[in-house]
Design a protein around this ligand. Structure first.
Ligand code: GDP
Length: 445
């Protein structure tokens, strides 16, 4: 599905070999291709549209490094955004299987790989977490499916509930729970019946089983090769039965993850595992990075840009240190520091490494310099003219009002920022005098 994406991007980015900042034209051209490729890969239109919008915003105004082309830089941004969309907000939670016997309901269409995945997951829980697992097939209409689970159970060394002909799925579910309690099992996995298509009868049956079993996890198994269909299936199952996570199978196939991309964005449900083959150990935890890598197929470029960016940051840091050593510290330097703080998640950045600044950085941290506040301060600096940034003493009352208004803030906010700058500049000046003695060098190593 996604072969096209690498090809298309390769073609476009090949042309973007000029050095220099990314122009809006560069970005627009490249992202038109990304959008077409996503749609061809069966990613839903709103997801593709949002994706492109978000990448565009991030690509604008990117600092450009000497050793990479604008095209390569876009690849990196696309990659990061893929990871972001795949991962959703926050990390995928662990399976909630702590209260034994924890029922895990496996649902999905016939042929999606549900039975195989049930056995794979049981094996995984047994091998990696030392859980005692009992599996039961509820597919009363297909005796072969029940047999299949029993065979797989023997193969992976996981118990299956003995088959009793004539029982309903709900009866089997109840018997499985009972058996799991009596037998001291940690987890009881219920492999529900599938159909070729979603129909009312199937949903009613799964609902009844759910009500009887009260599962801690309801995992939907879907075929990763089916793209948009997989997402529709997920939405329908979630609407009727409620699912807690998704397992995407056949991710070892030619498809390169279109379903994964839409799944998270459309359903909001975490992808828990991916199936990577028919073997019983071909089940992997879901790693957004890996899937993004596969979708894009441009791992080399991604790491190249990562390295180049590190170099650029080192160069910037060095330039800044040189200025500090000369006792120079204007609003641009302050902005650089604030940006650094946002990135480092606190004051542990450059400043934190310098003797004399550690105390102040601690004070700033304690003053509640959170991201939002840092961004506001940057907005204030951005509202100043170049001249004012180099020499904030020029600021008159009327300009202060304009600048504060420009950033949507009060003059008192601006005054606080100016005070902070003055204090820091003072420290820099003092330290500048000591620079020759090598005081500053120690900090950067
Ligand atoms: P069910 O009807 O949903 O229970 O599907 P099965 O578990 O019987 O699987 C159907 C077929 O898909 C079997 O031949 C499995 O070996 C195969 N299968 C399941 N998961 C994967 C996977 O992740 N990759 C590949 N290549 N094949 C898989």
């Amino acid at each position: 599905m996604f072969e096209n994406l690498s090809d298309r991007l390769g073609g476009v980015f090949g042309k973007l070999t000029r050095q220099g900042a990314l122009t809006d034209d560069d970005i627009a051209t490249a992202l038109r291709e990304v959008r077409v490729a996503l749609l061809e890969a069966d990613v839903s239109l709103p997801v593709a549209r949002n994706f492109v919008k978000s990448v565009t915003e991030k690509a604008r105004g990117q600092a450009v490094t000497k050793s990479v082309t604008p095209g390569q830089q876009v690849v990196k941004i696309v990659h990061d955004e893929l990871v972001h969309v795949l991962a959703g907000e926050g990390k995928s939670p662990e399976l909630r299987i702590d209260n034994p016997p924890a029922p895990v309901l496996m649902v999905g269409l016939q042929g999606s790989g549900k039975t195989t995945t049930t056995a794979k997951l049981a094996k995984r829980l047994k091998d990696r977490e030392g859980k005692r697992v009992l599996m039961a097939s509820l597919d009363t209409r297909r005796p072969a499916a029940m047999e299949q689970l029993a065979v797989l159970g023997t193969q992976v060394g996981v118990d299956t509930l003995p088959i009793v002909p004539g029982q309903t799925p709900v009866q089997i579910a109840n018997r499985a729970k009972q058996q799991a309690t009596l037998g001291g099992y940690d987890v009881v996995m219920l492999d529900t019946a599938g159909r070729l298509h979603i129909d009312d009868e199937l949903m009613a049956e799964v609902e009844a089983v759910r009500d009887a079993a009260k599962p801690r996890e309801t995992l939907l198994v879907v075929d990763g090769l089916t793209g948009q269909d997989a997402v529709n299936v997920a939405e329908q199952f979630d609407g009727r039965v409620g699912i807690s996570g998704v397992v995407l199978t056949r991710m070892d196939g030619d498809g390169r993850g279109g379903a994964a991309l839409s799944m998270r964005a459309v359903t909001g449900k975490p992808i828990r595992f991916v199936g990577l083959g028919e073997k019983m150990d071909a089940l992997e935890e879901f790693h957004p990075e890996r899937i993004a890598g596969r979708i894009l197929g441009m791992g080399d470029i991604v790491s190249l840009v990562e390295k180049a960016r590190e170099t650029l940051e080192a160069e910037q840091a060095e330039r800044m240190m040189k200025r500090f050593q000369k006792g120079q510290f204007n609003m641009n330097d302050l902005k650089g520091q604030l940006e650094q703080m946002i990135k480092m998640g606190g004051m542990s950045g450059l400043m934190g490494m310098m003797p004399g600044m550690q105390k102040m950085s601690k004070q700033l941290d304690e003053a509640g310099l959170d991201d939002r506040m840092l961004r506001r301060q940057i907005a204030l600096i951005d509202s100043m003219t170049k001249k004012e940034r180099r020499n904030p003493d020029l600021l008159q009352a009327s300009r202060k009002k304009r600048i504060a208004a420009g950033a949507g803030l009060e003059v008192s906010d601006l005054n606080k920022l100016l005070k902070m700058h003055r204090q820091m500049a003072d420290v820099m000046k003092k330290m500048g005098g000591m620079g020759k003695k090598g005081l500053l060098r120690g900090g950067l190593g």
